[in-house]
Design a protein around this ligand. Sequence first.
Ligand code: MN
Length: 480
Amino acid sequence: MDKRVLLQKFVAYAPYVDTGLLEKAYDYSVKAHAEQARASGEDYFVHCLAVASSLLEWKMDLPTVAAGLLHDVIEDTSVTPEKLRLAFGEEIMRLVVSLTKLDRVQFSSRDVAQAENWRRMILATAQDIRVIIVKLADRLHNMQTIGFLPQEKQERIAHETISLYAPLAHRLGMFELKGELEDLSFAVLHPEEYLDLEEKVRALLPAREAMLSEFRKMLEHALSKSDLPHRILARSKNLYSIYRKMQRQKKPFEEIQDALGVRLITDSVANCYALLGMLHTHFQPVADTFTDYISNPKLNLYKSLHTTVNGPKGELIEVQIRTEEMHRTAEYGIAAHWRYKTGDTAKDSHLEEKLNWLRQWIEWLQDLDSPREFLDSLKTDLDLYQVFVFTPLGDVKALVQGATPIDFAFAVHTDIGYTCVGAKVNNKMAKLDTELKSGDIVEILTRKNSVPKKDWLKVVKSARARSKIRHWLREKGIAA
Ligand code: MN
């Protein structure tokens, strides 16, 4: 991709934006990195361009794409924030500064440096979500070219990617990216298992494709009598998720029930349900597999209808039904909402909902004092296994797995947490260390002037509850 192609790609989705700064960022980055090479031996600028290329694919706004081109200039060249401000203005300068790691020599160890850099980046993300999006594009390209680094370094980077960046991408709803980051890390961390699995999956491909085309034919036939707009997409699963499933179920690949995945995309919510009806009329649905993520969207705002049906030969077929817009959100997550500010996004309540949730989470993390504690909490909170618990009024709270009524109380409000004396789970009295499950309805009983107990620290699972309890104990001069 040269400058002309880059500009073309940008203009394709942001036709009315003056691209002057983007051209300038391109030239500036080429010049600043002129003397540098990547571990692969390529010009360093190739990396900057690759990062910008992902950002264009996600249709990010101009300052973000420019920051992608410039993201390493402060860290790796003699360019200063002041110079950037003069050349590109405050907004782009700030993005690049937020993406610049602190110098390792300031820290006692690599771990401390890593923790502190994460903390800075997450806090910068609270101010501007675009920071983490550029960082994810940066990490994607670093993982794609990781083979040129020494083994030990590869493993360290892959480990950080799979434990922090991939779950973060998931949290931001960027599922495609999450799968890619996981598979790239998986290949580094477990090369033999990766190659073995890749080969086995590839060997099954022709049979699966035959089944899929058979199903597609039957479905097209069934749908031909209706005028429901639709397109059918096959869905590939990432290798790491299969590997995880094998480990969870302690079964070899051959015994894993790996259903065929299909997506039906249509134009409206009403037609999603209409397609579901057609599907269930022509193919036997499997009991208890239907989930409606349209009327109950997930916290990362994923929306779709999920169902599993029996295919022509009795094979299981997992079907996801969604609108084009839901599809785009599912593919690109938070980035899908970051279209250039043309006015149509001004009233995007989903974006606000998403950002509020993220900001609130970061705010909780912010209370943690030490970088180490911060990073540990970040990891815990990013854990994919979440439970969704309801207040008696039907508000949903997402908690980490193993969360208790105390965690829930603090998720509702700090004062409710502080004065909590008991809980009802699904209308029955429950102990405060009860493990909550998704769908539980929890009511917290409080008593005025009641105070937190030190023992709660042994019970709570969420960063928020832990930090609030510690904070209270510290204020009262009680050692935690
Ligand atoms: Mn970089």
